[in-house]
Design a protein around this ligand. Structure first.
Ligand code: SAH
Length: 341
């Protein structure tokens, strides 16, 4: 099936047909497209959740500013460097610095951290995921050595965006940030939650069409999982099946993109990651944060942070990947979007 040529209406039909049970035809086609571009390699990134302070108040997110139950923490530069050192000794060559929108990490502070990581591990890739900043800020962080940036668009429909975010946040600014990042030469990751409150199949079709236009190097997709201290407590979680369907459709829409089997997918199903690989995913991001902080980065309830989800258990992850018929790849794993290889 040629998903890239489909109209919004056709995409909606395909989404609805597969939402409760992705067809094996869809999954197999997505996996074989991935195999053709990237082979059976699963790329591993070390995730460092370095701050859970956040000025934003996204309705779905457990570390939203209005949640007074969160035990807030920030890692110092030395603590971040310890994570990087541990990761390097475990064989990681990509580090993802993710956090809330925390003004403490000014451009100067972040640039210094990025620079030090690059000095310590020169060949590694540094990925940032710290939300919306100005063009100038992104530019500064790029010149400090950042290679990649993850900023999920969350939903490509402005009206849906406004149902998930407070009025102080702007859909248009988020989209502008993604284009700014691309123009500055970052490898960019967009993405969205599957099954977020009020989401329709029209919204999901718009997500696919938006991704086709943006052509990001990475697409992070995971199920929405409700968090007890947010306004969306008690809302139904996104399902494994609908998430696999959307992973497969994104793979078909963007054959050369990198597609993580996310922690959220591993959280809703004990074999979620492997099922994600079989739907076309090819990245995992185990946690390198200090283990005593992990429970505080609770974006949603029951978030996995131990076992194969934790970097120190890299051998368990390797076993899972190999048993599923794939090859664990600890290299930089650069995106092949916009490459002729
Ligand atoms: N502050 C950064 C990082 C956000 S956390 C930024 O703005 O990009 C990373 C991602 O976790 C978010 O983009 C969101 O899609 C996801 N997330 C947050 N709350 C979630 C929930 N309740 N269920 C599933 N995913 C969630």
């Amino acid at each position: 099936m040629d998903v890239t040529a489909m109209t919004k209406k056709e995409l909606m039909e395909l989404i609805e047909l597969n939402r409760d049970e992705p067809s094996s035809e869809l999954l197999n086609e997505a996996a074989s497209v991935r195999d053709k571009v990237y082979g059976r390699h699963i790329f591993v990134r070390g995730l460092i959740e370095f701050t859970n302070h956040c000025k934003n108040n996204c309705l779905y997110c457990g570390i939203r500013s209005a949640n007074t139950k969160v035990h807030r923490y920030r890692l110092t530069k030395d603590e971040i460097m310890s994570c990087v050192k541990e990761g390097t000794s475990l064989g990681f060559s990509t580090f993802v610095l993710q956090g809330g929108e925390d003004l403490y990490y000014s451009d100067d502070v972040l640039a210094d951290i990025i620079y030090s990581i690059k000095e310590y591990a020169p060949g590694c890739a540094v990925t940032l995921s710290v939300g919306e900043r100005s063009y100038e800020s992104y530019k500064r962080l790029k010149s400090a050595g950042a290679d990649r940036y993850l900023l999920r668009h969350e939903t490509a429909s402005e009206d849906h965006y406004n149902m998930l975010h407070p009025s102080s946040m702007s859909f248009r600014n988020r989209i502008k940030c993604l284009y700014d990042l691309k123009n500055l030469g970052y490898q960019v990751g967009a993405g969205f939650m599957v099954g977020s409150p009020y989401q329709t199949s029209a919204n999901l079709a718009d997500d696919l069409l938006f991704l086709k236009e943006l052509e990001p190097h990475m697409v992070g997709i995971g199920p929405f999982i409700s968090q007890a201290d947010t306004p969306f407590r008690g809302e139904p979680d996104g399902t494994l099946e609908s998430t696999l369907t959307m992973l497969a459709l994104v793979r078909l829409m963007l054959p050369r993109t990198l597609l993580p089997a996310t922690t959220a997918l591993g959280t809703i199903d004990s074999h979620g990651r492997e099922k994600g690989f079989d739907a076309g995913a090819n990245v995992v991001m185990p946690n390198l944060s200090p283990s005593d902080r992990r429970k505080d980065y609770a974006l949603y309830d029951n978030k996995l942070c131990t076992g194969a989800e934790s970097a120190e258990k890299i051998n368990d992850l390797k076993t899972i990947i190999e048993n599923a018929g794939y090859i664990m790849d600890m290299g930089r794993g650069d995106s092949l979007v916009n490459s002729e290889q």
